[in-house]
Structure formats: structure tokens, C-alpha cells
Design a protein around this ligand. Structure first.
Ligand code: AHR
Length: 325
């Protein structure tokens, strides 16, 4: 009987140690580091590639990745973060679906002493100490690149009146806000350009299709000269609609898109899209590098952007560097 009690106590002790998210790992190996990752959804090819990049990079670094997918619901992301806090993970990484509404849950993470890395999207807060670092695209610069392409296109073709429709990503998300702001800062004061409508396509291909049908019903193909779409999924949906029409005006529109997935880059090469602004989903290795730096007690840069550019119909598209993800 005594032996049985001792055995149970030993088992409880062993289980207790391995159940503390490995925080007391004497060897300090990476497998003892648990990264809680709240992904916002699976709305686009970009997002799917981003999730794969995170999983692959965590595996290569040897970290344990605890991932929760929120299916585009902020409440689910908040629940996931709370469960990571309860589990006492070592680091929380999350991609906030919208910018506002995070202060309470991030304060809880801060009080629990768990560092937070924002991946891909930013938050709006008065308290920058709620996150340790941000790693993701400079969406404002992406919007500017889209605008700069359009200005060059108008210069080279001599167009003096271009009516633009904008198909936006998820309302109040960082890419939606900043891609719009960057674009408008470039074209907003130029009389040649008028944004006649901005609609919400939620970064979904199906919604891009729906938006395009509605815009065509409202303005007709000959009432639209330019489509500026905040991601490839929505652009490809819109393109499906345009190409199903037997209308030359639908084929003449200038299409500007953001992301750089393979299907969009192929469409650019085939002359069906005019400009693809790059946004890399391959953030996993950089995120894991930040996790490693944290583990080593290094100071992190607060804002970290990957290098990005744009592919356009002014470029040599046979260059092997012009490829999608
Ligand atoms: O936050 C990055 C954006 O989110 C990508 O442009 C889009 O495709 C994704 O859904």
C-alpha cells in the first residue's frame, strides 16, 4: 500500500513538472518553449500560406506550437488568448482580425507576464506596452505602391479621367485601413482620379465576386476604369465575373491587386491583371527568430517589416524573380 502511494506521488510530481508548459526545462532546449498562436481565420490563400509558414517554422525551430483558428471571429481570438494565459504558454503570437478591442485581454497577458508578438496585423491602443513586438507588412507602403503604379499608368497612357472602384478587405483591419490610406495619399489630390465607390469584400474570393456583380449593376462596365482590390482572393473573384461577360469594356479595366499569390502573378503574366503589390505570408521564420531572441533575453525591435515590392505590366515578367507564393 505504501509503495502504491509513493508511486502515485511520484507520478503526480512528474506530471506536474511536464504540465507547466516546460518552463522548468533544465536543458533549456527549444521543445520546452510553448508558443500559443491565435490565427484569425482561413479567408484567403495568403492566410493559408501564412498558417503553413508558422507551422513549418515552429517545427524547424523545435518549438511546441499551440494553434487556435478563430474563423474570422474576434471573440474566438479573445477566448484563445485567455486559454493560452491559463495554460501559461511562454509566448503568445496573434494576428488580430481588427485593430480595436484588445486592451483587456492583453492586459491579462501582461499581468501574467506572458510576452505578446503581433503577427501580420496591428492593434490600436494607447498602451504600447501591451505587446512586445510587431512583425508584418507595411500596409501603408503597399497602398502607396498601388497608387504609384496607377499614376505611372495614367502618365504613360495619357489618361486624364479614371474612375476607380475599391474592393476593400475586412473593415477596420490594419491592411484595409492602411492600404486605403496609402493609396489615397498618392492619388487623392490628383484630378485625373476619382474613387467612385468603396465596398467591403472581407478578403474573400466569394465576396469579391459578389462585389463585382453589384458594382457592374450600379455603374456598368463602361462606368469603371480601374479596380483597386485589397487582396488577390477578391481580385480573382472579380476577374471571374468580368471574364464571364461578353463586354470589351470589362476586359479594358486596369486591375490592381495586393498579395502576390501564384494565381494572381500568373494572371499578371497573361495580361489579365496589371499590377500585383507584394505582401509576403512567409512570416513564420521571422516570428520564430523573435521567439528565440525573447528566450535569450534579447531586446526586440518594436516594429519589424519584411522587404516587399510590386510586379507590374511595366516590368520584364519573364524574369524568374517574378513569381507568386
Ligand atoms: O493581413 C494580410 C491580409 O489578410 C492579406 O492581404 C489577405 O489576403 C489576408 O486575408
Amino acid at each position: 500500500m505504501r509503495k502504491a502511494i509513493i508511486l502515485v506521488l511520484v507520478l503526480i510530481l512528474l506530471f506536474g513538472l511536464s504540465g507547466c508548459a516546460g518552463k522548468q526545462d533544465p536543458a533549456g532546449d527549444n521543445a520546452s518553449i510553448v508558443v500559443g498562436f491565435s490565427q484569425l481565420g482561413a479567408e484567403s490563400s495568403w492566410r493559408i500560406a501564412n498558417t503553413a509558414s508558422m507551422e513549418q517554422a515552429a517545427k524547424e525551430a523545435g518549438y511546441s506550437l499551440m494553434m487556435e483558428n478563430a474563423n474570422q471571429k474576434q471573440e474566438k481570438q479573445i477566448d484563445a488568448i485567455r486559454s493560452f494565459i491559463a495554460y501559461r504558454v511562454d509566448v503568445i503570437v496573434f494576428s488580430p482580425i481588427v485593430e480595436t478591442g484588445w486592451d483587456n485581454v492583453l492586459t491579462e497577458a501582461k499581468q501574467a507576464g506572458i510576452p505578446v508578438i503581433l503577427m501580420d496585423r496591428m492593434i490600436e491602443t494607447q498602451d504600447d506596452s501591451l505587446y512586445t513586438a510587431y512583425i508584418g507588412a507595411d500596409f501603408y507602403a503597399e497602398g502607396r505602391r498601388a497608387g504609384e503604379y496607377l499614376v505611372r499608368k495614367a502618365d504613360e497612357t495619357g489618361a486624364d479621367k479614371l474612375r476607380i472602384v475599391e474592393i476593400c478587405g475586412t473593415t477596420d483591419s490594419t491592411p484595409m485601413r492602411d492600404r486605403q490610406r496609402g493609396f489615397m495619399d498618392v492619388i487623392g489630390q490628383d484630378d485625373r482620379f476619382t474613387v467612385i465607390d468603396s465596398v467591403d469584400g472581407d478578403f474573400l474570393r466569394s465576396k469579391g465576386e459578389e462585389c463585382m456583380r453589384e458594382l457592374l449593376a450600379k455603374y456598368g462596365a463602361d462606368g469603371i476604369d480601374v479596380i483597386y482590390s485589397h487582396n488577390d482572393s477578391m481580385t480573382l473573384g472579380a476577374l471571374d465575373v468580368l471574364e464571364s461577360l461578353d463586354d470589351p469594356a470589362a476586359k479594358d479595366m486596369i486591375l490592381i491587386t495586393v498579395d502576390g499569390e501564384r494565381e494572381a502573378v500568373d494572371a499578371l503574366k497573361a495580361g489579365r491583371i496589371n499590377c500585383v503589390v507584394q505582401c509576403t505570408p512567409h512570416l513564420g521564420p521571422d516570428v520564430m527568430k523573435l521567439v528565440g531572441d525573447l528566450k535569450d533575453g534579447k531586446e526586440l525591435s518594436k516594429v519589424n517589416h519584411p522587404d516587399e515590392s510590386a510586379f507590374t505590366d511595366f516590368d520584364d515578367l519573364s524574369d524568374p524573380a517574378v513569381e507568386g507564393f
